[in-house]
Design a protein around this ligand. Structure first.
Ligand code: SF4
Length: 353
């Protein structure tokens, strides 16, 4: 199809017809999009890029070919398969959402943006993406890629997050009254391959002739961002405890909250107080020879840095605490978040086990 006018939408759609990326979840050659695949890929892409997501996506649809299969899976299996993809709350919501789709919607994703928005793990971006791509509704998903393209095309120089609403409105206004699914994917592709964050490839961009940011001379600087606040640091002591059978003590975190439902080594609270001032109640469970392992483990979450001092000790036979004694060789089958993997690696390489 050839552009009938120099609107950004027509230019981007014509470019998409020749340059669209191919992904395992994308429909090609007139196929109908698979709603389960689109939803699954969009949830996975909420936190990372398409290169990282592809092997996870293929693994998920091999293990659970349909939303019904995913709904019937055990949560632990899903969390384990999710390892390395970021926040486990997303995996828990994915599983919860699959169950609701099966139990309340007969295994079909609802063709209604508001109903999609009411499902666990589906926010405005994902609801709009599913509506446009799967159901061909007039919906405009707006993520960082789309914000960047809109800021540059229109030379919006005020900083994010202040200007977020304006960029969403620009994205909605530029959505054409046709090919909603293609257009949503076309802007995503343009932002990911041409109008990239650093060194945008303006010389090959279909919008070069109408891009105000390009004409103004420095599109790479857009969108501007307000300076970030420095993250606070929290501190904790964490315990690598073995028994005389050389098993390691682990336990499950509370379902709610950060890393909810994941496995962990026991620790003190994660406190804004420095190590020296931390409550050491866990030290009193019968191990008299706690030894501190040199060097702390550092990890950064979205809102804070965490620094952990790791202790190791061997428990008395009659130590009575609630959790699991796990064989060393079975540790990698547990759904540990990357923080706990770092701690385990730190302790085990120090102890040479
Ligand atoms: Fe982005 Fe450059 Fe294209 Fe403008 S011309 S949309 S800045 S790649």
């Amino acid at each position: 199809m050839v552009a009938t006018s120099l609107s950004p939408a027509n230019l981007i759609l014509d470019w998409f017809d020749l340059n669209q990326r191919s992904f395992p979840w994308r429909a090609t050659g007139g196929e109908n999009p698979n709603s389960y695949w689109v939803w699954l890929s969009e949830i996975m892409l909420q936190q990372t890029n398409t290169t990282t997501v592809q092997p996870y996506f293929l693994d998920f649809i091999k293990r659970w070919p349909t939303v019904n299969d995913l709904a019937s899976a055990k949560l632990d299996q899903v969390l384990h398969a999710w390892q390395g993809l970021g926040y486990y709350a997303r995996a828990r919501n994915l599983h919860k959402c699959a169950k609701i789709i099966v139990e309340e919607f007969n295994g079909e994703f609802p063709d209604d943006e508001k109903k999609l928005l009411s499902l666990p793990g589906i926010g405005p971006y994902t609801a709009a993406a599913i509506s446009a791509i799967v159901f061909e509704f007039n919906a405009t998903p707006v993520d960082g890629n789309v914000e960047r393209v809109m800021a540059r095309l229109n030379n919006v120089t005020k900083p994010l997050p202040l200007v977020k609403g304006e960029l969403i409105a620009l994205a909605k206004n530029s959505t054409p009254q046709k090919r909603f699914g293609d257009y949503a994917q076309a802007v995503m592709d343009l932002g990911a391959t041409v109008c990239v964050p650093k060194k945008p490839k303006c010389s090959i961009c279909p919008c070069k002739s109408i891009c105000i940011g390009f004409k103004a001379g420095n599109p790479e600087k857009l969108p501007q961002r307000s300076p970030k606040k420095a993250l606070p640091t929290r501190y904790a002591k964490i315990y690598f405890m073995r028994n005389h059978q050389n098993q390691v003590f682990i336990r499950r975190r509370e379902e709610k909250g950060l890393l909810g439902g994941m496995m962990e080594l026991p620790s003190t609270e994660w406190s804004v107080q420095h190590f020296d001032k931390l409550e050491e109640s866990f030290l009193s469970i019968g191990i008299v020879n706690w030894k501190q392992i040199p060097n702390s483990v550092k990890h950064t979450f979205t809102h804070f840095h965490l620094e952990m001092q790791v202790y190791e000790g061997v428990a008395d036979e009659n130590t009575d605490i609630s959790g699991i004694w796990c064989n060393l060789e079975d540790l990698d089958k547990q759904a540990f978040p990357s923080l706990m993997k770092k701690v385990l690696k730190h302790a085990m390489s120090y102890l040479k086990i």
